[in-house]
Design a protein around this ligand. Structure first.
Ligand SMILES: *[C@@H]1O[C@H](CO)[C@@H](O)[C@H](O)[C@H]1NC(C)=O
Ligand SMILES: *[C@@H]1O[C@H](CO)[C@@H](O)[C@H](O)[C@H]1NC(C)=O
Ligand SMILES: *[C@@H]1O[C@H](CO)[C@@H](O)[C@H](O)[C@H]1NC(C)=O
Ligand SMILES: *[C@@H]1O[C@H](CO)[C@@H](O)[C@H](O)[C@H]1NC(C)=O
Ligand SMILES: *[C@@H]1O[C@H](CO)[C@@H](O)[C@H](O)[C@H]1NC(C)=O
Ligand SMILES: *[C@@H]1O[C@H](CO)[C@@H](O)[C@H](O)[C@H]1NC(C)=O
Length: 397
């Protein structure tokens, strides 16, 4: 007995190094976790953005015009506290757009859709400090209802989502940030949402959701052109981002309609041609209603996009975060990672990659969801197809 125990001890000592490394691999479990953070109760939780170089995220609740200031743990990026502030004339002012200013570092642009105003605010250094308004831009008639706001170069842009009281028309608004009298209303279709610059040509592109078209604006000539989405690929152009490097151009998503989405997103490069990509996964991808998009490129994972499928327009589309990767010349999709949201029918709205985590707003459930990876990187989670379906069916049967 004693002899046996002694022998075991010698073996344990001899293999000590191995035992330690085996233990390490056992504890460094690969995980992909979603956590939901409850925000104040409101029927519409909309836009959000991180205040650059700070631990604050600003989130808009449109239904009661409240700005939620959320403090993040600087190390883990986990939300730890929030405070809400009413914005606008009253609770019907419809706070919506939230966008960081580059010209005024640390300041944020907001829109009050019902008050017909853009605000530049200082969010305040502390959680409890109320945001202070630095600039107010009144949208000139006949423009109506600024929804999303963006700063591009020295100009601020807003899509006017409400039909004009004077003309019945929709407009894209643009003003020089340092000289508000230099402003333009570009007539557009129903109705403008995202506005982005194509980096090579400097042309501006705006998605228009209901009329399912993209407007191109040459700011120098004032000329505008409509690029209708072919109904054969889908409809309802909403989310749009500017891509750089290998992803150069603008990328946009199609949210679908009441019968569901088509899992389609598109790209416009310097040639001005629309090019479409379609998700392939039969249960999750081909019916995805893609509302929003973000750059997911990383050194380790290469060029990639985050796509957000929402149940906002149809229960036939899942609430899911999808990471797509591409082949080297960005002509075909090479990988699709699906992360179903914890709460289905939450009507997810926007996706925002942070340094190490990804935040998603859930419009209908007043929630901010956070995705965290541990010991793996986004996009390297093994796909379900890693073991063939036949094997699964055989073994399950
Ligand atoms: C993530 O992995 C690290 C290193 O293996 C570990 O220390 C940490 O506890 C893990 N975190 C979570 C939340 O699992
Ligand atoms: C907010 O103000 C507008 C315009 O002044 C007014 O029409 C509306 O009734 C007010 N709403 C509330 C909830 O007080
Ligand atoms: C912000 O918080 C710090 C530390 O709690 C405090 O010293 C400072 O006075 C606060 N500033 C404002 C403007 O409230
Ligand atoms: C501001 O813009 C207006 C309209 O474009 C222009 O007439 C005016 O000269 C500009 N002011 C300055 C200081 O540049
Ligand atoms: C925009 O319009 C200007 C003036 O007409 C023209 O010189 C320029 O080439 C146009 N830009 C693009 C990218 O087409
Ligand atoms: C909804 O979109 C699908 C796919 O693009 C299209 O076939 C269908 O006609 C659309 N339905 C309506 C009511 O517009």
């Amino acid at each position: 007995m004693l002899h046996h125990a002694f022998k075991s001890l010698v073996v344990a000592l001899a293999f000590g190094a191995h035992a330690v490394s085996a233990q390490n691999s056992a504890t460094s479990l690969v995980s992909r976790r979603l956590t939901e953070y409850l925000m104040p109760v409101a029927s519409e939780t909309h836009e959000f953005a991180r205040v650059p170089n700070s631990n604050f995220v600003l989130l808009s609740q449109m239904s009661d015009s409240q700005l939620i200031k959320i403090e993040l743990n600087p190390t883990t990026e986990e939300p730890i506290a929030f405070q809400s502030f009413p914005m606008g004339k009253n609770s019907s002012s419809q706070l919506h757009g939230v966008w960081p200013s580059t010209l005024y570092p640390g300041m944020m642009w907001l829109t009050l859709q019902a008050d017909n105003q853009l605000l530049l605010v200082d969010p305040g250094k502390n959680l409890s400090t109320p945001p202070s308004i630095l600039q107010t831009i009144d949208i000139p008639a006949p423009g109506n209802g600024p929804h999303c706001v963006f700063e591009i170069g020295n100009r601020v842009w807003a899509g006017l989502k409400v039909a004009s009281e004077q003309t019945g028309q929709y407009y894209v608004f643009s003003a020089d940030v340092s000289n508000h009298t230099d402003q333009t209303l570009y007539p557009c279709l129903n109705s403008p949402v995202f506005i982005k610059e194509e980096p090579t040509t400097g042309l501006i592109y705006a998605t228009q959701d209901t009329d399912s078209s993209i407007m191109r604006i040459n700011v120098t000539s004032g000329e505008t052109t409509q690029l209708p989405i072919p109904p054969s690929v889908g409809n309802n152009a909403v989310g749009m981002i500017t891509g750089y490097g290998p992803m150069n151009g603008v990328w946009f998503t199609l949210a679908g309609n009441a019968t569901g989405g088509t899992g389609t997103f598109g790209h416009i490069g310097s040639t001005g041609e629309m090019e479409f990509f379609q998700l392939q996964h039969p249960m999750l991808g081909t019916n995805a209603g893609l509302l929003h998009i973000a750059d997911a490129s990383s050194v380790a994972g290469g060029p990639a996009l985050w796509l957000l499928s929402t149940s906002l327009l149809s229960n036939n589309s899942p609430d899911a975060l999808i990471r797509v990767t591409f082949d080297a010349d960005i002509t075909t999709i090479s990988g699709e990672e699906y992360i179903s949201m914890l709460t289905q029918n939450a009507m997810v709205h926007r996706v925002l990659p942070m340094d190490a985590t990804v935040l998603v707003s859930e419009l209908h459930t007043f929630t901010l969801a956070q995705l965290t990876y541990n010991n793996t990187i986004a996009g390297q989670w093994l796909p379900a197809e890693a073991i063939s379906d036949t094997t699964v069916y055989t073994q399950a049967g």
